[in-house]
Design a protein around this ligand. Structure first.
Ligand code: 13P
Length: 382
C-alpha cells in the first residue's frame, strides 16, 4: 500500500497520488463503534413487529392545550396528565402499539396511583419515546420554517435515556405552496441527519420525520416530486453522518394531493405514489416506515395504510398517528372520567384496525361521523 501513497513522477512532473489527495474521511460507523448497537437494534425490531405501530401523543403543551380546550377542558398540567394517563392505561394497548411518543413533560409524569408513565408503558410492552426537536422557527425571507433543537441535544438525549426513553422523534416540515426552497430542504435534511446521529449515540432509536405539509392546492404529482427531493437529500445526509439505517425509523407523509386541490385521489393511487417514491429513495435495511396522518380522517389514514400493505415491500410499513388515533377518543372523553372506558375502547379499536391495516387485512365496518371527518387544520403546528 505504501506505493499508493508515495508521490509519483510522470514526465518529469511531481504527481500526487489519489490517496494523498483524498480528503480525510470519517470512517463508516461499525457496530462496534456504536455504543448501544445491540440495544438499538432490539428496540427497532420489537417496535416493528407485524401488526404493530406507534401512538404519537407528543403534542406540545400549547397544541395539547388547544385540543383540550376544543372539548371544553382547561389547559392545565393536571388535565394534560389525566388525558395522557387515559391513553397509556388503555387495556391491551400493547397488542398493536409498540411505542408511544411523549412530550418532555409527559415523560416525567405519573399515573394517579403513583406508577410512572414510563413503568406503565413498559408494563404494556410499549417503548416510551420522546419528541426532542424544539419546534419550528420562521426561515428568513420565506414563508417556510427551520427546526431548532440540536445545540443541547446530546445532553438532553442522555437525560431522556436515563429517564427510560428508548426512541425519539424529530419533526421538520417542508411546505409546498411557498417553495420549497433549497435552503428549507437542506435545513430539514441536514438537521434530521445530525439529530439521528446524535441520538443513536445516546441509545435512542431515531424517528426521522420530514413532514411534507398538506397545505396547498398542488396535485399528487407535485407532492411526489417534492417528497422524492426531500428524501433524496435526507438519505444523503443520513449516510454522510453514518446513521445506522437498521436502527432508525422513518415517519413520512403519504404522497397525496394538497388539502385544497380540487382533484382527489383514491387510497390505491395514494398507496401507489407513496410506494413508488419510497422504493426509489429508501434503503430496504431501514427498520420501519411509520406514517403520520397529517390531517387525514381517521378512516382514510387506515384505508391508505391498508392499501399500501396489499403488495409486498421490503419494510415494515405502519403507522405513527396522533390525530388519526386520538380524534374520537378525545371527543368522547372530553374531561369526563365517567366516559373513560368508552374512550379507551375506541383507542383500542383504532389501534387494532391500524394493526390490521399494517398487515393489509383491514375491512371497514360501521364508521362514526367523527372517524370519517378530516382532522386537517390549516397551518397546523405540532
Ligand atoms: P399526526 O398523525 O396528527 O399528523 O401527527 C404527526 C406527528 O408528527 C406526530 O408525531
Amino acid at each position: 500500500m505504501a506505493a499508493l501513497t508515495q508521490s509519483l513522477t510522470f514526465t518529469g512532473q511531481r504527481v500526487v497520488s489519489r490517496a494523498q489527495q483524498a480528503p480525510k474521511r470519517a470512517s463508516v460507523t461499525t457496530k462496534a463503534a456504536l455504543k448501544h448497537a445491540d440495544e438499538l437494534l432490539e428496540t427497532a425490531t420489537k417496535m416493528t413487529q407485524p401488526g404493530k405501530g406507534i401512538l404519537a401523543m407528543d403534542e406540545s403543551n400549547a397544541t395539547c392545550g388547544s385540543r383540550l380546550e376544543g372539548v371544553g377542558v382547561e389547559n392545565i398540567e393536571e388535565n394534560r396528565r389525566r388525558y395522557r394517563e387515559l391513553l397509556i392505561t388503555t387495556p391491551n394497548l400493547g397488542e398493536h402499539i409498540g411505542g408511544a411518543i411523549l412530550f418532555e413533560e409527559t415523560l416525567y409524569q405519573s399515573c394517579a396511583d403513583g406508577t410512572s408513565f414510563v413503568d406503565a408503558l413498559n408494563a404494556q410492552g410499549i417503548y416510551p419515546g420522546i419528541k426532542v426537536d424544539k419546534g419550528l422557527r420562521p426561515l428568513a425571507n420565506t414563508n417556510e420554517s427551520w427546526c431548532q433543537g440540536l445545540d443541547d441535544l446530546a445532553d438532553r438525549a442522555a437525560a431522556y435515556y436515563e429517564q427510560g426513553a428508548r426512541f425519539c422523534k424529530w419533526r421538520s416540515v417542508v411546505s409546498i405552496p411557498d417553495g420549497p426552497t433549497r435552503t428549507a430542504v437542506t435545513d430539514c435534511a441536514y438537521g434530521l441527519a445530525r439529530y439521528a446521529a446524535i441520538v443513536q449515540n445516546a441509545g435512542l432509536v431515531p424517528i426521522v420525520e420530514p413532514e411534507i405539509l398538506l397545505d396547498g392546492e398542488h396535485g399528487i404529482d407535485e407532492t411526489f416530486e417534492v417528497a422524492s427531493w426531500v428524501w433524496a437529500e435526507t438519505f444523503k445526509y443520513l449516510a454522510d453522518n453514518n446513521v445506522s439505517f437498521e436502527r432508525m425509523l422513518l415517519k413520512p407523509s403519504m404522497v397525496g394531493p394538497g388539502a385544497d386541490c380540487p382533484t382527489r385521489n383514491t387510497a390505491e393511487e395514494v398507496a401507489d405514489y407513496t410506494l413508488r417514491m419510497l422504493n426509489s429513495r429508501v434503503p430496504p435495511a431501514t427498520a420501519g416506515i411509520m406514517f403520520l396522518s397529517g390531517g387525514l380522517s381517521e378512516l382514510d389514514s387506515t384505508l391508505y395504510l391498508n392499501a399500501m400493505n396489499q403488495s409486498p415491500n421490503p419494510w415494515h410499513v405502519s403507522f405513527s398517528y396522533a390525530r388519526a388515533l386520538q380524534n374520537t377518543v378525545l371527543k368522547t372523553w372530553a374531561g369526563d372520567d365517567a366516559k373513560k372506558d368508552e374512550a379507551q375502547a375506541i383507542l383500542a379499536r383504532r389501534a387494532k384496525e391500524n394493526g390490521q391495516a399494517q398487515l393489509g387485512k383491514f375491512v371497514a365496518g360501521d364508521v362514526s361521523d367523527s372517524e370519517s371527518e378530516s382532522t386537517y387544520q390549516k397551518n397546523y403546528v405540532y
